[in-house]
Design a protein around this ligand. Sequence first.
Ligand code: NAD
Ligand code: IPM
Ligand code: MN
Length: 349
Amino acid sequence: MDIAIIPGDGIGKEVTAEAVKVLDAVADRFGRRLNLQHLPWSADHYLDTGVTIPANGYDTLRGFDAIFIGALGDPRVPDNRHARDILLGTRFELDLYVNHRPVKLLDERLCPLKGRQPHDVDFTVFRENTEGVYVGIGGRFKAGTDDEIAVQEEVNTWKGVNRIVRYAFEFAKARGLTKVCMADKSNAMPQGHALWQRVFREVASQYPQIEPTHYYIDALAMYLVVDPAQFQVIVTNNLFGDIVTDLAAAFQGGLGMAGSGNIHPGRTSMFEPVHGSAPKFAGKNVANPIGAISSAALMLEALGMKDEAAAIEAAVLAAVRENQVTQDIGGRLGTREAGDGIVRSIRAR
Ligand code: NAD
Ligand code: IPM
Ligand code: MN
């Protein structure tokens, strides 16, 4: 298997180094050949060369079986042009329409919500990943004056909404789950989100064994906090999915815990922690590597390596239970030491 590794910026580099150690350890343990090829695309690379992603960059990425990415974002590139080209560009160009973000509490003590057990926080968010407000359509007129007009369009297509909603139902069906919740803002956005309403009704009618529920996104945010146990699968648009998955990351112990996959079924897909480059933590060996390591497990699972993925998940769970973790979740270890512990546990299994 050929896997592209893009460490990126800030703590992205540090957590990627730990995910790479873990991938090497499972490859050894299970006798797999994982050919990990590092790509330097990052703020440093952009500032050195003026290139965010080379002209053939997306084609290069399509040549891999999967892509692993740390995080992108650097205060020295205020418009985040390189993040747009490398991260959002890859989502669009490789048409990675499913943003798969599992939300799973590993230990009661990590949850900021009162009295929640692991079985109360166990659901998956499917975020539409190729349209919505992220398409960048719009413009500014009379910019910088008091007459400035700024327009940022939201794009919703039948094809785009249908495929993500259908993916959410198929995921639920394959796992024997019984509920899918769609969240939109169709009360205030009656054009674009009427499409979500229609498609959701149509697709739901084809899955009679699954109960479809709907919340407006503001109510969803509230219900997530007061009663996360009611959720199994949530499907929503690009922006709302971005926001609720940071909220949901907090239920798991913080942004350092959450992993994700940017997926086009059957094609080269990209895996990354939900968090960003956290510049103030960069280079301090304090970032939690579990979100990155969990993303590596999601990647192996998507590549058909179920036992390997399960071995990583078991090692992460053991590290959390034994508190062999970083400070953000109550441990005393640095990024590298937390990664080392997970590697040792994989090699020992
Ligand atoms: P962030 O996710 O980088 O950090 C927010 C806060 O979350 C941090 O200050 C820290 O308290 C906590 N945190 C995040 N990751 C952690 C980890 N691994 N361990 C422990 N704590 C962690 O979000 P931000 O500060 O809004 O953004 C910083 C930069 O990252 C920006 O340039 C932003 O655009 C970019 N970003 C990139 C991605 C990505 O590459 N996928 C995602 C989000 C943000
Ligand atoms: C994420 C990030 C990105 C997004 C940013 C860096 C553009 O927040 O992956 O969640 O909004 O999709
Ligand atoms: Mn985000």
